[in-house]
Write a new protein. Sequence first.
Length: 71
Amino acid sequence: MMARLRRWHQGLEGRAMIRFVIMGLLFVAAWFLVTRAIQFARTRQIDWTGVAFMVGFVVVALYLRHKTGIG
């Protein structure tokens, strides 16, 4: 009984390590994408009014969906 419990516990440790590695890789990929987006935004002429309108539209849509339950 104890041997089976010990093997089960070791399996959980392995899964936790795999999960930790995957989360680390996702964090590195997200950090890379954020730095590339910041670099891209600095070197380009961006219409910030259009970006602000787009973000505002999405925020209002999510707010109305939350309040009314429609959409």
